[in-house]
Each structure stands twice: as structure tokens, then as C-alpha cells.
Design a binder for this molecule. Structure first.
Ligand SMILES: C[S@@+](CC[C@H](N)C(=O)[O-])C[C@H]1O[C@@H](n2cnc3c(N)ncnc32)[C@H](O)[C@@H]1O
Length: 380
């Protein structure tokens, strides 16, 4: 496909997304109906769509309207390119520019939905604007080295054997930032053999901060694909690891991932007994990961956020009795909004005097990678 044909395809996909379809679904649909498109074309169209969604409102202003065409025209203008060079109407290129597709100023548009902006500003204070601007860029790819299988140097070498370049992070040597050829990862030897696992830096830093001692009973109460429990697995010998999720089907990949990682994780329908460490990586707005899932930023509604906050509070109430006296509760979200983080924890602590907060930290793309929150609490 020519660059102009890829833009035409992105316009088609974006129009579906703007009509309400999730981006992944719209891309899959386009892929299935475009057998002529090679893997390079698919990746390029995907990049165009995600870039447009990260910068939706500012690109719409620059491109003359909130349509697939407007977003692509605005994107070219934002990159300092002349859209009339691409919108030629020739071959598979999009039709020539219309008079109404003139640029408007996008200087004050930060690409945060209007109703979220007050919450965003109140949560992030002086960093709010810089963070909103940072959220318009693509997120880096991070890997976690599995200490059971090898160290960072061995992982970097194995990845290089498959042409993938990665470098270790000073804050956490077992976190590797991929600097070239990330698309080869799923086929790489290091990944297939469980030497590395995909995981953003911020949750890796959070999991590295969890207290685990040999032989501890650890429960991941909202385990999903198991990212957090697997990050804890190699931290100490003899851990008894349990994973639970209200929707057991969310854990379907966990046994295979655990096997690849050389870890044993029991999937439990109803957790029994008490645990030294309970991880509650609760459902959240995902506001810390909007660079990766930019369409969810525009889909979130105030009522849905209220429901999410209420669910988080219910989960905290449910897990509290599962923590042993002397044990720890790790509350985590991939949100950067206070209502889901500090305020949620404050409410829980006010109602549960047996718990106190040992530490808390919020990571953002300005200091780590994705936005992520950890509150570590101890039970008397
Ligand atoms: C943020 S995701 C977890 C991601 C996962 N920990 C990981 O690292 O891949 C939240 C999970 O909580 C689960 N969940 C939702 N409501 C729940 C509840 N009441 N009790 C337990 N799990 C719940 C969801 O099914 C979802 O898999």
C-alpha cells in the first residue's frame, strides 16, 4: 500500500471508531476485509489510528472536523506536512481537500475529555498540563526479566539474537526498555522460553516494592492475565501463589504464562484462609494507560467512573478479611485520578482501623512509564 492508501484505510477505521466501535474491533474488521494489506501495512494503519486517537481533539481542530478525514488532515498538519500532497484523489489516495477543511488553532487543546479535565487538574496539580501533553505520545515497550530463567544481561543477549534491541533501566535492572524491533517479540526465543514477559515499567516498580518472604502465601485477587502474581513469583523461594478473578475466563492464559515463566500459580474460585500478601489490582478507568488504549479515554463516561469507584471500594471491603494479622494488602490501579487512588484508600482506612498505610506511590509517564498507583497497607 502507498502511504496515501494507508491514510485512506486509517480514515475508514477512524470513522468506525468515531461511530462507537472499539479501535481494536474496527482494525480487525478492516484487516479481515483487506487481504491485500501486508503486515507492514497493518502495523502502519494501526499506528496512524492510535496516533489520531491519542490526539483526537487537537487533530480534529487542525484538520477541520471530528471525522476520519479531519483527524488524518490534522495529523499531517501537526507533523508539519502539507495534506494536499497526500489528499490528491489519485489511485487509492483520499479525495482532495475541501474548503471547510481549513485548520483552526489547537494550541489550548490538551486532548483530555472536557468532563475529566477538572479531575485531571485536581489530581495532578502543576504537572497536569505537561502530563496531558506527554499522553499524546506513543508509550514505550517494556519487558520484565524473569529471574528464575536468567538475568538482564542474558535477556538482552537472547533478544539481540532475534534482532531485538533492549536496555536495562537504572531504577530496576530487571526492567528492559525495547529500543528496536519490538514487533519481533512474540516470535522471539527469550519470550517463548519465559526469560522475558511484557510488562510496563510502572507496575514492575510497584511489584518490586511488595514485601515477600520465602514461603509466604500470596493472593492476587483481581488476577486477570496474571501480570502481577507472575512478577512476584520469582521474588522469593517457596511462595504459595493463588490467583482469583470474579471472571474466571479472564485467567484463561494464566496457566500457560505461568508454565512459560516456570512458576506455579493455583487458580482459585473462592480464596480460602488468610494470606501474607493480598494484591488487589482493581478495575479502574485506565487513565494511566491512555497512551496504549486512547479510544477508552474518549469512551469513559462520568457514570461509568462512579461505578468503577464503587466497585473498587467493594473489592477492598471483600479482600480485607483475607489478609493475615501482620500481613499486607497491596491496592493497585493503572489510574492517575485521586478518586480511584488516594481518596479510595483514605476511605478504606477510615473504615478499617486494623489497617494502616505503609507506603504509597503514583507513577506517571513523566517519571516512569504508564500511570500507576500502589498503596501498601499493613494489618495489625
Ligand atoms: C486491572 S484488571 C487486572 C489485571 C491483572 N492483575 C494483570 O496484571 O494482568 C482487573 C481485574 O479485576 C477483575 N474483577 C472485577 N471485579 C472483580 C471482583 N469483584 N472481584 C475480583 N475480581 C474482579 C476483572 O475481571 C479484571 O480481570
Amino acid at each position: 500500500m502507498t502511504p496515501a492508501a494507508r491514510i485512506s484505510a486509517a480514515i475508514e477505521v477512524l470513522d468506525q471508531v468515531l461511530a462507537g466501535q472499539p479501535a481494536e474491533q474496527a482494525l480487525l474488521r478492516w484487516s479481515r476485509s483487506s487481504r491485500f494489506a501486508g503486515s507492514g501495512d497493518r502495523a502502519a494503519v494501526r499506528d496512524l489510528v492510535f496516533e489520531a486517537l491519542r490526539c483526537r481533539d487537537s487533530h480534529a481542530a487542525l484538520g477541520g472536523g471530528l471525522t476520519g478525514r479531519g483527524l488524518m488532515i490534522g495529523g499531517l498538519r501537526a507533523a508539519g506536512q502539507d495534506p494536499s500532497q497526500v489528499f490528491t484523489g489519485e489511485g487509492h489516495a483520499p479525495a482532495t481537500l475541501r474548503p471547510e477543511e481549513e485548520p483552526a488553532s489547537a494550541d489550548d487543546i490538551l486532548d483530555i475529555p472536557g468532563w475529566i479535565r477538572p479531575l485531571w487538574d485536581a489530581s495532578l496539580g502543576p504537572a497536569a498540563e505537561a502530563l496531558a501533553r506527554q499522553m499524546r505520545h506513543r508509550a514505550p515497550v517494556w519487558l520484565r526479566v524473569n529471574p528464575v530463567k536468567g538475568d538482564a544481561a542474558a535477556a538482552i543477549q537472547a533478544l539481540a539474537g532475534d534482532g531485538i534491541e533492549a536496555e536495562s533501566d537504572v531504577r530496576l535492572p530487571t526492567a528492559l526498555r525495547v529500543t528496536a524491533n519490538e514487533r519481533r517479540l512474540s516470535q522471539s526465543r527469550a519470550y517463548a522460553e519465559g526469560l522475558v514477559e511484557l510488562q510496563d515499567l510502572s507496575p514492575q516498580l510497584a511489584c518490586a516494592a511488595l514485601p515477600v518472604s520465602p514461603g509466604d502465601r500470596v493472593l492476587d485477587f483481581c488476577a486477570g492475565g496474571g501480570g502481577k502474581i507472575l512478577a512476584v513469583a520469582g521474588r522469593a523461594p517457596g511462595l504459595a501463589l493463588s490467583a482469583h478473578d470474579a471472571d474466571m475466563s479472564r485467567m484463561r492464559d494464566l496457566p500457560q504464562r505461568a508454565q512459560r515463566a516456570g512458576a506455579r500459580v493455583d487458580l482459585v474460585g473462592k480464596p480460602k484462609g488468610r494470606f501474607d500478601l493480598v494484591i488487589a489490582d482493581v478495575p479502574c478507568s485506565g487513565s494511566g494507560t491512555w497512551r496504549r488504549t486512547p479510544d477508552s479515554k474518549w469512551r469513559l463516561r462520568p457514570e461509568a467512573l462512579e461505578d468503577i469507584v464503587a466497585l473498587q471500594a467493594r473489592i477492598l471491603r471483600e479482600v480485607a478479611p483475607l489478609v493475615k494479622p501482620g500481613g499486607h494488602l497491596a491496592y493497585m490501579t493503572c489510574s492517575i485520578l485521586d478518586s480511584e487512588n488516594g481518596r479510595q484508600v483514605d476511605r478504606f482506612l477510615a473504615e478499617n482501623s486494623a489497617f494502616h498505610q505503609v507506603s504509597h506511590h503514583r507513577w506517571t509517564p513523566l517519571d516512569a512509564s504508564d500511570g500507576f498507583f500502589l498503596s501498601l497497607m499493613a494489618r495489625e
